[in-house]
Write a protein that binds this ligand. Structure first.
Ligand SMILES: Cc1cc2nc3c(=O)[nH]c(=O)nc-3n(C[C@H](O)[C@H](O)[C@H](O)COP(=O)(O)O)c2cc1C
Length: 193
């Protein structure tokens, strides 16, 4: 099993990173290989629906020469994609939204003159998120969007780990949250989410 962790938080020591730390430690403990991509360090243009990517069904084929080709290759090389993001305005952060749009076109060759394949069909996808509201009111819309994104793209949605942030004056991490993250990693490894 190989994971591709796409990290959408702008804060290098923020809540989402703190939650990812025990998750990644558990992957290491189980000798799971992974790529870790900080999306805010990458240049990711937003999709403009030019549909250049629909011409050749074997490649990404995007007209932009930014960092998405490298990320596309890492995603194709993985079995499990992990989207890690703080919730911003009830969805993900801007670089992750750009990435999701670029992948939904570049990977799904559905939008040309003839309908083509999903070239990432069958991959698994999981979500790790942190938010200010309770999960049911903070991360529910993002999770629903991602479930539909997976169904549309023929990916297998594995589930979400979501933890609440009680504000800047409160310590975010706790032993419970760290254990949830480790247990989520074990479930992904055992495919039991
Ligand atoms: C611009 C902005 C928008 C936010 N929007 C939401 C939101 O819609 N719902 C929510 O529950 N929390 C929201 N939050 C709270 C963050 O999701 C929460 O503090 C998160 O843990 C921050 O993660 P980080 O430390 O990795 O950046 C928002 C925070 C910011 C800075």
């Amino acid at each position: 099993m190989k994971c591709c962790i796409l990290m959408g938080s702008p804060r290098k020591s923020g809540n989402t990173y703190q939650l990812l730390t025990p998750f990644v430690e558990e992957l290491d403990l189980n000798q799971v290989k992974y790529d870790f991509v900080w999306l805010y360090d990458k240049h990711i243009e937003p999709c403009t629906a030019c549909r250049r990517c629909q011409k050749d069904w074997t490649v990404f084929g995007c007209r932009y020469n930014d960092d998405m080709q490298e990320i596309f290759d890492k995603v194709l090389d993985s079995d499990v994609i992990v989207l890690a993001t703080p919730i911003y305005s009830w969805y993900c952060t801007p670089p992750m939204k750009s990435l999701l749009d670029r992948l939904v076109y570049g990977m799904n060759k559905y939008y040309g003159d003839e309908k083509g394949p999903s070239i990432w069909k069958g991959k698994k996808l999981a979500v790790i998120t942190t938010c200010g509201y309770r999960t049911e009111k903070g991360a529910d819309l993002f999770e629903e969007g991602i479930k539909r994104y997976c169904a549309h793209s023929q990916l297998n949605y594995l589930g979400m780990l979501s933890e609440r942030d009680l504000g800047y004056k409160t310590e975010f991490m706790s032993d419970d949250k760290a254990e949830h993250a480790r247990s989520f990693a074990r479930k992904l490894i055992d495919n039991e989410v």
